[in-house]
Design a binder for this molecule. Structure first.
Ligand SMILES: [Zn+2]
Length: 155
């Protein structure tokens, strides 16, 4: 709990799989999802696509999405999150988040079973799943309720 030693350099973080989200060096900065925007019809997609699912155009640009969205629906999974460092004894939330750009993204949620309400604002966050053999933190993206942001850093 009380780290008396000054915060040393954090180990580097890497995404669990490249090409889906950013991992900012500044840990106070929220990550972004890596999506595509169609140059013909302006539709946004996550994950990235090479052909537009709306107009079948083949000219798409990479773009960053989020970090905030609205919780469309969610459920609670009553088993531990696979591969997680944490002892998710009570399980974890999974939800669908509507991004302002348009895509509906399915993601793991941060928080307890009573922390979610349909329609609430969520923010993208990273969580270290494990440390790999090179000493790098392997990160996944999650969405957490925006209102809980202050509580987390408070105590
Ligand atoms: Zn299109």
């Amino acid at each position: 709990m009380s780290d008396s030693a000054p915060a040393s350099v954090s180990p580097p973080r890497v995404p669990i799989e490249a090409g889906f989200f950013t991992v900012p060096e500044d840990r106070a900065e929220p990550p972004r999802l890596l999506g595509s925007r169609c140059n013909s019809c302006n539709e946004y997609f996550f994950p990235r696509r090479v052909v537009c699912a709306r107009c079948l155009g083949e000219s798409l640009s990479d773009c960053e999405l989020g970090p905030r969205g609205i919780l469309y629906t969610y459920t609670w999974v009553h088993v531990p999150l696979f591969g997680s460092l944490r002892s998710d004894a009570e399980g974890y939330g999974v939800g669908q988040i509507d991004l302002p750009e348009g895509p509906r993204v399915q993601a793991v949620l941060s928080g307890g079973p009573g922390d979610f309400r349909i329609g609430m604002e969520m923010e993208l966050d990273l969580e270290t799943l494990r440390v790999n053999k090179r000493g790098e933190e392997v990160a996944i993206f999650r969405f957490r309720p925006l209102a809980a942001a202050g509580e987390r850093s408070g105590s």
